[in-house]
Write a protein that binds this ligand. Structure first.
Ligand SMILES: [Zn+2]
Length: 432
């Protein structure tokens, strides 16, 4: 059989990206050229190739050494003109309130990236004094502003009396510390971390422009934390990861196979679906972690759709200490290089999860010998919560021809799971 192209599926495609991306596989000794450029093929026939697109119609010829007639792809690239540049508009300071719980307060007026300062509670009162790009600028204190999406808040009438501070206390327990700040109303807060402290700050700009209440909390070595609020009372709880006597005994670990059901995830050069490989690795991982004494919960144990919110909800309901999401990577656009970016990368969002990310990456790249593609940060919904230590493992690249040889290997799921479990163990219990 001559080559089969997995992506793009259609011969006529409209693209808003800079590159067209071809992924497929060739048969034995077949060589593929795309626009007269020879395409690298792995030993199982897998290939991936990108072509830079011009504006308008692009004709791309994919040719096999077995077939005299090339397959022609017409890909139309939309010209991107008049890129919208949002402007900052200064507004007369006015009072607003947050419409629902879990509203991101951001460092920049953008709905992406590592820019969340906290998640505000419904009814939090804010002073808004500017707008940009669909966001309101929130005045927190003299030197600090944040941003909230315009549709997440609504204007409320001016008030005569500013909210008042009532009381503040800290209690320390064996594995946790609880810090309570009480005000007459809900106020904006932020959480920052430096190398040895967590800084929990509540702002009361209606009272004064430098009215900031800060709690400095010494960080345990391994930790997670959580903020709850009712009315104007903020309870900030920092937990040390429970002490474990043997292996992972008693730890609650949540294993999350990415995607599922109609959501296939990435598609490999030979047509493999990411969701299936994620599940195989995750089921092996569950067994291994249970053998090490952990209580393991999973977002799914069969093929099926589970929303991102539900995954987080389940992990919380099960009191998870550690959250591990299993994926395989793909090249979303050509900022990454098809052939250079391969192997394993581990993502985290909050600083409390960096150590685990490093430990798991180290264990996989040495254990199964994948290329080290680095520890990275990314704003993925399942690893944003702070109430567990959370990582997202991209074990290999679905769309990398050489990686496809790895992940199609019979032992890949078990060996990857073993390396992940050892990475978790080294993080939890480094001496054993
Ligand atoms: Zn994925």
């Amino acid at each position: 059989m001559a080559f089969e192209l997995i992506l793009p599926k259609d011969k006529k495609t409209i693209s808003n990206t800079e590159y067209a991306f071809f992924v497929g596989h060739a048969s034995n000794n077949e060589s593929i050229t795309i626009n007269d450029e020879k395409v690298f093929t792995a030993q199982n026939g897998a290939f991936a190739h990108s072509v830079k697109l011009r504006n308008g119609e692009n004709r791309i010829a994919v040719k096999s050494s077995y077939d005299f007639n090339p397959k022609i792809y017409k890909i139309y690239k939309n010209e991107i003109k008049n890129i919208y540049k949002p402007k900052l508009v200064e507004l007369t300071p006015a009072l607003y309130k947050v419409l629902k719980d879990n509203t991101p307060l951001r460092k920049t007026p953008e709905d992406y990236g590592m820019n969340r300062m906290s998640h505000l509670f419904e009814g939090t009162k804010l002073i808004v004094d500017g707008e940009k790009n669909g966001f309101y600028r929130v005045f927190l204190s003299k030197n600090k502003t944040g941003w909230v999406a315009k549709d997440s808040v609504e204007a409320i009438p001016e008030e005569e009396n500013a909210p008042k501070f009532i009381t503040m206390k800290s209690e320390t327990f064996k594995n946790a510390s609880i810090h309570t700040l009480e005000f007459t109303e809900k106020l904006p807060y932020t959480i920052d971390e430096n190398s040895d402290e967590i800084l929990f700050k509540v702002y009361n700009p209606q009272a004064a422009e430098d009215s900031v209440y800060t709690v400095n909390i010494k960080k345990p070595q391994k930790y997670f934390y959580k903020t709850v609020s009712s009315n104007g009372t903020y309870v900030f709880k920092v937990n040390a990861l429970p002490y474990v006597e043997n292996a992972l005994e008693g730890l609650n670990i949540f294993v999350d196979p990415g995607h599922g059901g109609t959501e296939l995830g990435a598609i490999g050069c030979l047509g493999d679906k990411e969701k299936d490989i994620n599940l195989k690795i995750a089921l092996e991982l569950k067994n291994l972690l249970e053998l090490m004494g952990a209580n393991v919960y999973m977002s799914r144990e069969v093929d099926g759709f589970v929303s991102l919110d539900d995954r987080v909800k389940m992990a919380r309901e099960n009191g998870s200490n550690i959250f591990v999401s299993i994926h395989l990577n793909s090249i979303p656009d050509i900022k990454m290089d098809i052939h250079k970016n391969r192997g394993t990368s581990v993502y985290y969002y909050n600083p409390n999860s960096k150590q685990l990310a490093e430990s798991v990456l180290d264990s996989i790249t040495t254990g199964i010998n994948t290329r080290n593609d680095g520890v990275r940060t990314a704003s993925f919904a399942v690893i944003r919560p702070t109430d567990y230590v959370g990582i997202l493992v991209e074990t290999a690249y679905m769309t990398n021809p050489l990686d496809s040889v790895l992940y199609r290997g019979e032992n890949f799921p078990r060996e990857t799971a073993k390396a992940i479990s050892e990475g978790i163990l080294n993080y939890v219990n480094p001496c054993k």
